[in-house]
Design a protein around this ligand. Structure first.
Ligand SMILES: NC(=O)c1ccc[n+]([C@@H]2O[C@H](COP(=O)([O-])OP(=O)(O)OC[C@H]3O[C@@H](n4cnc5c(N)ncnc54)[C@H](OP(=O)(O)O)[C@@H]3O)[C@@H](O)[C@H]2O)c1
Length: 305
């Protein structure tokens, strides 16, 4: 049985991945940076868990965390750090790459965003692609998954939508509300991330992962409003609203900070649709529809209250 390191274990995706790996019987080393975020995790007292403090910019800590692990999940980004996040992400990826080579790590699993470099991507998405390219300079094979918005409570892009729709009966939005996208539920995302461990054909390859439906952000808002039992929302797209203005406005209406909202909004201007669906054949599972995913998310939010 592999020994697994999850970097970004206290993040949105990582914190949901860890319990699923533990359920499968894996020994999981969780890399944490912020103690308070670690201590609130439901899985914190699991017997197969080995928590290790690690800042990926600290090579000694990272070496200690990676030592003895066969598989490393790389679920980290530096977007919350502000302006020079690209440089930070570059450095972090280089640190992982050189240590993976030194320590003989068998496999890296990286989770990135959907979109092609030639598509005039946002800075955030370009940086995600660059991290992929750097990781792939390693001798260790990298499996990359690429997804659009994840539907689930805690996912930054889903949170923006849910706060906006909850709070605003009439909404002025940029044109991106008409952009096509293929969101996936957090449940299905995590299943792909876990089950690829049992599928040798996923080693070293890149997979698009998306839910069963292609939609627009406008339609997502409509489905959300309906599932949340809200009156119909009026959405008015106007061309002049720039990502900068939108992010300040989102910062006013929602608890999401502008530095996170802006790169996410920039990313919404281009289509995020899977260009291939090979992972569905390798890891067959019944994917949740958008309505089912939103319904499940709302039930979880209610239970937590
Ligand atoms: N969420 C989505 O909708 C979505 C969609 C597609 C792809 N993805 C990909 O999924 C991955 C994870 O995203 P997420 O939404 O889970 O992010 P997140 O919730 O912001 O979590 C990021 C994690 O990285 C950790 N981290 C950041 N800098 C670190 C450092 N220097 N050293 C150690 N740990 C550090 C954070 O630790 P702290 O606790 O200390 O902050 C946190 O645990 C990313 O690669 C992202 O591109 C996400």
């Amino acid at each position: 049985m592999y020994k697994i390191l999850v970097l970004g274990s206290t993040g949105y995706v990582g914190s949901r991945l860890v319990p699923k790996l533990l359920d499968k019987g894996y020994n999981v080393r969780v890399g944490w940076r912020t103690r308070s975020k670690l201590l609130v995790q439901t899985w914190i007292n699991h017997t197969n868990l080995d928590p290790v403090r690690v800042d990926v910019f600290n090579r000694d800590e990272l070496e200690h965390a990676m030592e003895g692990c066969d598989v490393v999940y790389y679920l980290i980004h530096s977007m919350y750090s502000g302006k020079n996040f690209e440089e930070m992400d570059r450095t972090a990826a280089r640190n992982i790459t050189s240590l993976a080579d030194e320590l003989g790590t068998k496999r890296i699993i990286y989770f990135s965003g959907l979109g092609k470099v030639e598509d005039n991507l946002s800075k955030h998405l370009l940086s995600r692609k660059e991290v992929d390219r750097i990781l792939r300079t390693s001798k260790t094979p990298v499996t990359t998954f690429q997804a659009a918005m994840i539907i689930g409570s805690g996912s930054a892009s889903f949170e923006i939508m849910h706060y906006l729709v909850d709070r605003l009966p009439v909404m002025i939005t940029p044109r991106w509300v008409r952009t096509k996208t293929q969101p996936i539920s957090i449940e299905d995302t995590v299943l792909y991330l876990v089950r690829c461990l049992e599928k040798p054909e996923t080693v070293g390859d890149t997979f698009d992962m998306g839910g069963p439906e292609i939609t627009t952000y406008h339609d997502l808002m409509r489905v959300y409003a309906k599932e949340a039992g809200l009156h119909r929302r009026l959405v008015v797209p106007i061309p002049l609203l720039t990502p900068r203005l939108s992010s300040y406005w989102i910062n006013l209406i929602t608890p999401i900070q502008a530095s996170i909202a802006r790169p996410l909004i920039e990313g919404l201007s281009h289509e995020t649709i899977c260009s291939e669906n090979r992972i569905r054949e390798i890891i067959p599972q019944k994917l949740l529809t958008i309505r089912e995913s939103i319904h499940l998310t709302l039930s979880e939010i209610k239970t937590k209250k």
